[in-house]
Design a protein around this ligand. Sequence first.
Ligand code: SF4
Length: 330
Amino acid sequence: MQAPLLEVKNLKKYFDTPNGLLHAVDDVSFTIEKSKTLGVVGESGCGKSTLGRTILHLLDSTSGTILFNGRDITKVGKAQLKELRRDMQIIFQDPFSSLDPRKCVSDIIAEPMLIYKKYPNRKAAMEKVAELMETVGLAARLAYSYPHELDGGRRQRIGIARALALDPQFIVCDEPVSALDVSIQAQILNLMQDIQQERKLTYVFITHNLSVVKHISDDIMVMYLGNMIEKAAKQELFQRPLHPYTQALLSAIPIPDIDVPKKRILLRGEVTSPIDPKPGCRFAPRCQYAKPECFETNPEIQEVVPGHFAACHRVREINSLGSECGGGQV
Ligand code: SF4
């Protein structure tokens, strides 16, 4: 196993609100190897976007550690942060609002290169822009078009080209295809996979769409109200979801075969507030397996079977598992 590119340990991001402390990301730990994709999935408001932004220092962490290439980047000064931006980039969900409407395509893509003085002059930067436009499938004739003149797919291609402008190693992809038509989604996902292979990029891919996460990820992490509640390799997670919440999520994926019966698990009950959350499992009010102990302590994430982690007091009982494994690193 190669050394991880990114190691996140016990990361927390809390927000002060008039009603109390909002636990947006609460004690999340994971590692990603170079050139791999970690899919982060969960309902809206589970903290997945906050997690991505905290890793990139777009938000300050409350506590925890972030190691990048083995270097502690949890607290960095302005100069170090500028250096980090070369290696760590983001692709946003809404390409339209993330692009400067006053700039044409070539200027948008060139901007990071000019700020970072990556090339000796504007001409060299513009040659790189042309190369990047070709990489992401944007016709050269669009170089002087403005974002409002283009469709969503093309705008997202600009967002991808811009993210690649500084030759990063790591990209947080924050719902990059959610705002696009289904037919365009597949094109953008395939493009992102091709670019990843060519450039050995590492992705954290944030989405609420299970089909998308299945298509693009190597490993998948499931979040619920700020907590990481399950993590495993993609095939393992889809074949054997262990946490009751993941089981409910996967039961909602439609199967294109009417002869295969499928029982959908409906979640009932109130969603717990992430503001000053009560002790106990945050999923307990909606969990069909909840017992009194579940309302007392929040379960720790544990390795239930080799390489497969879940945070549930009753995970072995629910899934009829023995104590196959115990206590590996997330
Ligand atoms: Fe359900 Fe209890 Fe497991 Fe939480 S800890 S998921 S409430 S069984």
